[in-house]
Design a protein around this ligand. Structure first.
Ligand code: HEC
Length: 279
C-alpha cells in the first residue's frame, strides 16, 4: 500500500511516466513514418501510457485522506453521504450529479465533497471556493475525487433524472452547452459536437452523443501528463470556459454542475473509467 513516507517513490513514479511518455511518443512518430494510420498509432500510444497511470498514486492518497481525521472538527469523511447513504463510496460516482435532500441542491462530486468537508470536518466553503486549483483543500479535493471515482471503475453511468430539479439542471446544462457568446461567439457545441475531431493528440469528443459524453465525462478526474498533475472535472470545465473566451466560472457553481448533469445523463449506459490519463 502507498505510504506518505515515500515522497522519493512518488518522484520516481513521475519520472517513469515522463520517460514512458517520451518513449511512447517516439513509437508514435515511428509508426506514423511506417504509414500506420494516425488513429491506430494514437490508440497504441495511449495504451502504452495507460500501463503506468500516475493517477493510481492519487487514488491511494485520496483514500488515505478520506479516512483521516482532519479539519477544525478533526473528523474523517467516512460518514459523508455521496448519494447512496453515509459512507457508501462504491458506485456513488456513476450516479452523480444528483439531488441531495439535506442541501436541496443538485450536486456534482466536487460540490458534494465541499458540503461534507464543511458539515463534517468544519472547513469553510467560501475559503475553498476562493482557492486556486491545485492549492490547499482544492488539491485535496482532487485526490478525494480520484479515490471516489476509482470506486466506480467499470460501472455503468446512471445519473438520475427523477427529481424535478435534476431535470431542470439537465435543461439548464443543455442550454449552456449550446449558448454562444464571447469574443469568438463560441459555445461548447462549437468544439464538441462533431465526431472524430481532435486538436493535437487530444480527441475532441462529441459531447452530445452517449459514446462521446461517456468518454469525456467518464474519464475525469484525470492525470494530465502535460501538467504533471491530476485535474478534476471542475478544472477541466474552467479551462474550457477559458478556451471559449468566457469569464472564469465560480468553483462548484450551478452552471458548472448543470453542464456536468448534461454530460453525465448523456453518458447513461457508458462505462466509467476514471481516473483517466490525458495528454
Ligand atoms: C474553442 C474550443 C473549445 C470550446 C469552446 C470548449 N472546449 Fe472543451 N475541449 C477543447 C479542447 C481542445 C479539449 C482538449 C484539451 C486538451 O487536451 O488540452 C477539450 C476538452 C474537454 C473535455 C474533456 C474531453 C476528454 O477527452 O477528456 C470536456 C469534458 C470538455 N472539453 C467540455 C467542454 C464544455 C462543457 C464546454 C463549454 C463550457 C467546452 N468544453 C468548450 C476545446 C473546447
Amino acid at each position: 500500500m502507498f505510504s506518505f513516507n515515500t515522497p522519493f517513490k512518488f518522484v520516481l513514479k513521475h519520472l517513469g511516466a515522463a520517460l514512458l511518455y517520451a518513449y511512447a511518443w517516439s513509437a508514435f512518430a515511428q509508426a506514423q513514418q511506417l504509414g500506420v494510420s494516425t488513429d491506430a498509432a494514437l490508440a497504441q500510444y495511449r495504451s502504452m501510457l495507460q500501463d503506468a497511470n500516475p493517477a493510481d498514486l492519487y487514488v491511494a492518497k485520496g483514500q488515505a485522506l478520506w479516512t483521516k481525521a482532519r479539519g477544525p472538527k478533526a473528523q474523517s469523511l467516512e460518514s459523508c453521504d455521496l448519494g447512496l447513504g453515509p459512507g457508501v463510496v462504491k458506485g456513488a460516482w456513476v450516479q452523480m450529479p444528483r439531488y441531495f435532500n439535506d442541501t436541496r441542491r443538485v450536486q456534482d462530486l466536487e460540490s458534494r465533497l465541499v458540503t461534507c468537508m464543511e458539515a463534517i470536518q468544519g472547513f469553510n466553503t467560501q475559503e475553498i471556493i476562493a482557492q486556486d486549483f491545485s492549492k490547499g483543500e482544492r488539491a485535496n479535493i482532487a485526490l478525494l475525487a480520484a479515490y471516489v471515482s476509482s470506486e466506480s471503475q467499470g460501472m455503468t453511468f446512471k445519473v438520475p433524472q427523477e427529481h424535478a430539479l435534476e431535470r431542470e439542471m439537465y435543461a439548464s446544462g443543455q442550454e449552456l452547452f449550446y449558448m454562444r457568446g464571447g469574443t469568438h461567439d463560441f459555445s461548447c457545441a462549437s468544439c464538441h459536437t462533431q465526431d472524430g475531431r481532435r486538436i493535437r493528440l487530444q480527441d475532441l469528443p462529441n459531447l452530445s452523443t452517449s459514446a462521446g459524453a461517456g468518454f469525456a465525462f467518464g474519464t475525469w478526474p484525470a492525470y494530465r501528463v502535460s501538467m504533471g498533475s491530476i485535474w478534476t472535472m471542475q478544472q477541466r470545465l474552467a479551462d474550457c470556459f477559458r478556451q471559449q473566451r468566457f469569464p472564469k466560472p465560480k468553483y462548484v457553481s450551478p452552471a458548472t454542475v448543470a453542464l456536468s448533469v448534461f454530460m453525465g445523463v448523456n453518458a447513461s449506459g457508458q462505462v466509467a473509467d476514471a481516473p483517466g490519463l490525458k495528454r
